[in-house]
Design a protein around this ligand. Structure first.
Ligand SMILES: [Zn+2]
Length: 297
């Protein structure tokens, strides 16, 4: 029995020794065998991964066109530095200065602009109570226009009359009628009135009551000249071509007498703001025609 146990023990030890010697050798990885394609066969293409690009994950572009904003208004260039006056020449309230006052669109007798200011001394004829006044925005634009006019060498233009009250208008109108009748006693009052109304508005129908217009010229101290002679001056030509840049229009142009109800007045300029002044200038329309066109659009 003892000898038998010895043999078994010896066999076990041998077995353990044998097992301890055997290290586990990792199996060699076999290189893949590429079998060249036979005639008519093709190698399978490798699987290609399409990289995810930004374009593939973003939303498709909107098909609606972007909102188109109207082109910005161009600020004209000036010789003088008028940057501080830009808010007057092109006021934020773009449509706030289109008031129409004429023989068929009268203004209330008690209508007085709230913000009348005197025009600068150097750009207005001063004669006591008659010194010209305009509403503050129009006065600022007027000052800019005259500053630039001077910078261009025309230094003798001044405002002679801007705001005129209903009471003054009424007084002058009746005086004119009396004068016409004194000159020609054969005239009836109605006939005299018709003559007066070719050069002076009946009370309540003059836009001078709005404080948005001014008469301006360089013949105020020239008794040898008529108001109409201002048209022959270079200063007038400059104003005619450039007044829109400051927000003004020539209110009673030649050729529009039937519509405005007034003869051509080279001295009467009206403030409407640059946006509309440019469009009126470019179109050749008078204010009545322009406002009618605006209403239709
Ligand atoms: Zn006038």
């Amino acid at each position: 029995m003892k000898a038998c146990l010895k043999r078994i023990t010896a066999a076990l030890i041998l077995l353990l020794l044998l097992c301890g010697c055997t290290e586990k050798i990792p199996a060699e990885t076999e290189a893949p065998v590429i079998v060249p394609p036979g005639p008519g066969e093709t190698l399978p293409l490798p699987e290609t991964r399409i990289p995810e690009t930004a374009a593939s994950v973003t939303e498709p572009p909107a098909t609606e066109p972007p909102e188109t904003e109207p082109p910005a208004e161009i600020i004209p260039t000036f010789k003088a530095d008028l940057s501080a006056y830009e808010i007057y020449m092109a006021p934020a309230d773009r449509d706030g200065y289109l008031l129409l006052v004429n023989k068929t669109h009268p203004i209330d007798a008690d209508s007085v602009p709230a913000d009348l200011v005197y025009l600068p001394q150097e750009y207005a004829v001063y004669s006591g109570e008659w010194r010209a006044r305009m509403t503050s925005v129009a006065a600022g634009a007027y000052t800019a226009m005259l500053t630039e006019l001077s910078a261009n060498g025309y230094t003798d233009v001044k405002a002679t009359l801007a705001y005129r009250s209903y009471a003054t208008q009424s007084y002058l109108y009746n005086n004119y009628i009396a004068e016409e009748m004194a000159k020609n006693p054969a005239l009836s009052k109605e006939e005299a009135r018709a003559i007066v109304e070719t050069y002076s508005a009946p009370p309540g129908t003059s836009e001078h009551q709005t404080g948005l217009c001014t008469d301006m010229h360089n013949v105020y101290n020239r008794p040898d000249l008529e108001l109409e002679d201002f048209e022959k001056t270079d200063a007038y030509l400059w104003l005619r071509d450039n007044c829109w840049k400051f927000g003004f229009i020539l209110r009673f142009p030649r050729g529009k007498e039937e519509i405005t109800g007034y003869q051509f007045e080279c001295w009467h300029f009206r403030f409407v703001g640059r946006y509309h002044a440019k469009r009126i200038f470019d179109s050749g329309l008078c204010l009545e025609e322009y406002l009618e066109k605006l209403q239709k659009n």
